[in-house]
Write a protein that binds this ligand. Structure first.
Ligand SMILES: O=C1O[C@H](COP(=O)(O)O)[C@@H](O)[C@H](O)[C@H]1O
Length: 268
């Protein structure tokens, strides 16, 4: 694993190997924070990430992770009922939450009975109640919530959460949670963390697999200077950022930058 001041990049031959390594990484951080603070705050994305979490619900992790100490949040959510096929909560429930003994009171889904504005305000208010006066959420020096781990996916256009290229929400620097009604990716109405919250995280895993993402990965990790940054290029946490890529997602990269070591390709 190669590390620079701001990020580590791991490239694996297949998505399955990404899933194996990601589960080990998450289990390690869970043990670290549960020992340190008696709680582990994890923020989920939707999309393809949930499928890549599948190894967490298999041995050894299904039995070794202290799920009772997990507190689960969402980076973004579509403003639809929690039972709707487009719901990130439903995706996580079906793929993870229904398979592990996380306490229902420690799962912080949005209030799906509210409007986009109301749901964003409600989520932000609930987060503010958890910061400082509990061991669930720390607070960063800038006053934003400091989650232990955020698990980010990335779309082919370089969007993360529901923060899309060229959108004015990329510049939101006061609110913790905001809303969008014109998402270029359906469904149009969503709520999302803002970049000050994303970048206050102690750890961020950026999990990107598949060839459609290769151009955005190349732009994000390449040496080129672009005036208009993609949202994924704005992910720059105070803590540690680790990219988990498969070969297809990294396929746009300069081959000389890779040296295959066993099954894990490292940037050198
Ligand atoms: O719409 C969304 O897209 C992103 C990326 O999804 P992916 O399937 O391309 O990985 C996802 O991270 C976000 O949570 C979701 O709302």
């Amino acid at each position: 694993m190669a590390a620079t001041a701001e990020k580590k990049v791991q490239v694996f031959d297949t998505e399955d190997e990404v899933a194996v390594s990601l589960a080990k990484y998450i289990a390690h951080l869970s043990e670290k924070f549960c020992k340190q603070r008696g709680a582990f705050s994890v923020v989920l994305s939707g999309g393809s990430l949930i499928e890549t979490l599948r190894k967490l619900v298999e041995p050894p992790y299904i039995g070794s992770v202290d799920w009772s100490k997990w507190h689960v949040f969402w980076l973004d959510e579509r403003v639809v009922p929690k039972t709707h096929k487009d719901s990130n909560y439903k995706l996580a429930y079906d793929g993870l939450l229904s398979k592990v003994p996380i306490l229902p009171g420690n799962v912080y889904a949005i209030n799906d009975a509210l409007s986009a504005e109301g749901a964003a305000d409600d989520y932000e208010t609930r987060l503010k109640r958890l910061v400082g006066n509990t061991n669930v959420l720390a607070v960063s020096a800038s006053g934003f919530p400091k989650f232990d781990l955020m698990l980010l996916g990335m779309g082919p256009d370089g969007h993360v959460a529901s923060l899309f290229p060229g959108h004015h929400l990329l510049r939101e620097n006061k609110r913790w949670v905001t809303f969008i009604k014109d998402s270029p990716k359906p469904p149009p109405v969503r709520i999302t963390f803002t970049f000050p919250v994303i970048n206050s995280s102690a750890y961020i895993a950026l999990v990107v697999t598949g060839a459609p993402q290769a151009k955005a990965v190349q732009r994000a990790l390449g040496k080129g200077q672009n005036s208009d940054k993609l949202p994924v290029q704005m992910v720059s946490p105070e803590g540690e950022l680790t990219w988990f890529l498969d070969r297809d997602a990294a396929s746009g990269r300069d081959k000389r930058m890779f040296r295959w070591v066993s099954k894990c390709c490292l940037c050198v």
